[in-house]
Design a protein around this ligand. Structure first.
Ligand code: SAH
Ligand code: DHB
Ligand code: MG
Length: 222
């Protein structure tokens, strides 16, 4: 019973009760799918969690690594609200183009900036630009670089900044030291960095749902 079909059905149920209809996010997902982008955006319930975490800490700025079609980016834009600022980093120009169009349709063009390039090249540029630190960071790009992204997130943070990392469990592979896949190895390297790192306090939660069996890291910078 506790299989993917059940997880889908429960996500449907919870979404129906808690999320209502959302034409903007539905359209963003449809545009992303129509353009052939991979169907790996956060789920609607997860997107809402991002928004609510941002609102909980009164985030006025957010940094995202991995835009895809802008689904989670729109959630972050809602979190910071009008007058807030979201910078989202995306390697694929086509993804960024679709995302910008959906962000515009969401009325968030003044809030969200999508920057195109390798995140590990763009992050030093952000630091060099001397922007104020971000209140919220969402890391959701290539998992093999998660440790590096987490390190950069700390550099671009202030005490109290919330850092969330998607896909840190990957169907349990994170706990297998012999799993050679880049996601598993990247996540293990990230947890090695976190081990005993007093710059932040962190927890991680295993999740099931429409995106299968995975997990989220939640950290607060000290
Ligand atoms: N956050 C999105 C999903 C992101 S999927 C959402 O939930 O809606 C991961 C994205 O990271 C893809 O669009 C991929 O092109 C991008 N990506 C992969 N490697 C990257 C890199 N080195 N730098 C920046 N973006 C990268
Ligand atoms: C996958 C899921 C994600 O959330 C992501 O960011 C990248 C890949 C996946 O299921 O392949
Ligand atoms: Mg993800």
């Amino acid at each position: 019973m506790t299989d993917q079909e059940t997880w889908n059905r429960v996500d449907e149920y919870l979404g129906g009760k808690l999320l209502g209809s959302d034409d903007v996010l539905d359209a963003a997902l449809a545009a992303s799918n129509a353009a052939g982008l991979p169907a790996i955006a956060v789920s609607p319930l997860q997107g809402r969690l991002l928004e609510l975490i941002g609102r909980s800490v009164n985030a006025r700025s957010a940094l995202e690594v991995g835009t895809l079609g802008g689904y989670s980016t729109i959630c972050l834009g809602r979190a910071v609200g009008p007058g807030g600022r979201v910078v989202s980093l995306e390697y694929e120009p086509r993804h960024a183009e679709i995302a910008r169009s959906s962000i515009a349709a969401a009325g968030l063009s003044d809030v969200v900036e999508v920057r195109v390039g390798r995140a590990l090249e763009l992050l030093p540029e952000l630091q060099a630009a001397g922007l104020p630190p971000f209140d919220l960071v969402f890391i959701d790009a290539d998992k093999q670089s998660n440790a590096d992204y987490l390190e950069w997130a700390i550099q671009l943070a202030h005490p109290g900044t919330v850092i969330i990392v998607d896909n840190v469990v990957r169907a349990g592979s994170v706990a297998d030291p012999d799993d050679p896949r880049p996601d598993a190895r990247g996540n293990r390297r990230m947890f090695d960095l976190l081990e005993g790192d007093e710059r932040l306090d962190a927890t991680a939660i295993q999740t099931v749902g429409s995106k299968g069996y995975d997990g989220l890291l939640f950290a607060v910078v000290n």
